[in-house]
Every structure is written in structure tokens, then in C-alpha cells.
Design a protein. Structure first.
Length: 297
């Protein structure tokens, strides 16, 4: 089951109440969506968006069944990238909404499915795409990009200090055998970064993060969301974004500041909202989550 992070904080920050129109731009397994639908009630409009077709279809089935007493036309589920939120609004004939939520973390359903190749802890094809019908899988990048290009990606999107050494080893190893699985890449990196200790960050963490970000164009998607979403929110409405690493958080922090400097609204969270110790104990994947909130004026 996908466990939503900062659930109470999200509901409070978006000021969810009956009759609102709210967009969950990264619906995932429906953790936040379920609570939002309950709060806005049968008169509210819910729009769920997700780039992963399998997940959005599964979540739609579950939530339509759970809220079968609601007007089903007010529950909308769209297979799309949150970067295309303006096109989604046009398609669904929505002119404005009261709040938008984007949880930028990949879901438990994705990381626990070996075929998605998101985790170095599970053997599977080195894919990493949210939308497997589009873009280039990670194994194509690993096996075809130059040493310099790989090093740039790993350094820029993973903040990995051993980026060049890892890239050099990838180029050497792929000449012997194509690097196609998560374990192949993870073991290669483990040999390059021998300082891994029990309880510390796994040496493959930053490289896998970098490849996932690059494969899915995640930073470009965040920029598109920050550019388009505020204009779609009604005055007094809010945009909440949950990030899971420093590079994502930096994009959101600076994006909200630019919006405020343009006079479009105000930043509600001077410092990001983080999980409580009890939430982290119940869901270790929440430990790096940060919620920032912007209010439209």
C-alpha cells in the first residue's frame, strides 16, 4: 500500500473543506487523494493526474468504488504529466481550482515493482520511466552515453562526488557486457565506492537518483508546474509541493520566491514542513519529505 506522507499537514495547508475543487497532480496510489475526496465531500470536484498509466487506472477503480455514492462526474482521473496541467484543464473544461497538490516522490507501488527498475535493492531491468510508453529507458543511457555525459548527469542530478569514476567504470564494464539490470549497475558502483557502511547511504543511491531524474525530465517538469499552476488557482487558493531531496526542494523554494517577487502571492511556509518523528517511525520513506506551500492573491 502507498502510504501518503505529511497527510495531516497537506489537508491543513490546502484548507480542504466541502465543495472545493482540488487537483492532486501526482495521484500515485491515492493516499492523499482519498483524504482530499473525503474532505471536499460529494459536492466537491476532484481531479487526479498521474504519469504512470497503470497506477492512475488502478487508483481510479479503487476510489470510484470507495466513493460510489458520490457524483462520479465530479471525480476526474487523467493519465498525464503534471507538467501538462494546462492541457489537462482545457481537456476537462476546468477554468480554475481552489488548490493543487504535487507529491514529487515516486510511490511505493513503483519502487516495490522490480520491473520498473527504480530500486537498486531489487533485481529488474534498468528502466526507471514513469511512463513506459515514452522517453528513453535508463539502460539505453547507461549503455550509449559518453563518459563525460554520464559524469555530468550523475554529478548534476545526484550530487555524487565520485561521478567521474563511476562513469569511467560504466564505460569499461559495458564494453564487456551491456548493463541492463539494476543489480549490475548497483554492484558496479559498490565496487567503485567501497566506503559503504551498514546504516549509511548506499553508494548507488545518488547515481540511481540522477538517472531517474534525467530519464523522466523531472526538473523540467517541476519548472513547468511552477510556471503554469499558479495561474490556474483562484485567489486565496494554494499550491502545495512535497519534495524528497535537496535539488527538488531548491527548485520549489526558488520558484515560490520568484512567484512572490512577481506579486502573484505569498509563500506560506518560510521553512518547509517536515514529518514528525512518529511519522518517520511509521514510514521511514517519509524521512526526507518537505512540504512547501504558496498562496495565490
Amino acid at each position: 500500500m502507498h502510504i501518503p506522507v505529511l497527510l495531516h499537514e497537506v489537508i491543513e495547508s490546502l484548507k480542504c473543506h466541502p465543495g472545493m475543487t482540488i487537483v492532486d497532480a501526482t495521484t500515485n496510489g491515492g493516499g492523499h487523494a482519498r483524504e482530499i475526496i473525503q474532505r471536499i465531500g460529494p459536492t466537491g470536484v476532484f481531479v487526479g493526474i498521474d504519469w504512470d498509466r497503470g497506477i492512475i487506472e488502478q487508483t481510479e477503480r479503487e476510489l470510484r468504488k470507495e466513493f460510489s455514492s458520490y457524483n462520479q462526474s465530479l471525480l476526474k482521473f487523467v493519465w498525464s504529466n503534471y507538467a501538462d496541467i494546462k492541457q489537462v484543464f482545457a481537456k476537462e473544461n476546468i477554468t480554475s481550482v481552489d488548490a493543487v497538490l504535487a507529491d514529487l516522490g515516486f510511490s511505493s507501488l513503483q519502487i516495490d515493482t522490480p520491473q520498473r527498475g527504480m530500486s537498486f535493492l531489487r533485481e529488474g531491468p534498468l528502466d526507471m520511466r514513469y511512463d513506459t510508453s515514452a522517453r528513453v529507458p535508463a539502460y539505453e543511457i547507461v549503455n550509449s552515453f559518453s563518459k563525460d555525459a554520464l559524469a555530468d548527469i550523475i554529478r548534476a542530478y545526484g550530487e555524487e562526488r565520485y561521478a567521474r569514476a563511476i562513469a569511467e567504470r560504466i564505460v569499461i564494464e559495458r564494453k564487456k557486457e551491456r548493463i541492463y539490470t539494476t543489480r549490475q549497475l548497483a554492484e558496479l558502483i559498490e565496487r567503485m565506492v567501497p566506503s559503504y557502511k551498514k546504516g549509511g547511504i548506499h553508494p548507488a543511491t545518488r547515481t540511481f537518483q540522477a538517472l531517474r531524474i534525467y530519464v523522466n525530465g523531472e526538473f523540467e517538469n517541476i519548472e513547468a508546474l511552477l510556471r503554469d499552476a499558479p495561474s490556474l488557482v483562484t485567489p486565496g487558493g494554494r499550491l502545495g509541493i512535497i519534495t524528497f531531496h535537496s535539488l527538488e526542494d531548491k527548485h520549489v523554494k526558488h520558484g515560490f520566491k520568484e512567484l512572490a517577487d512577481k506579486g502573484m502571492g505569498r509563500v506560506i511556509t518560510k521553512k518547509p514542513i517536515v514529518p514528525s518523528e512518529s511519522e518517520i517511525q511509521n514510514n521511514v520513506r517519509a524521512r526526507s519529505a518537505k512540504l512547501r506551500v504558496f498562496e495565490k492573491i
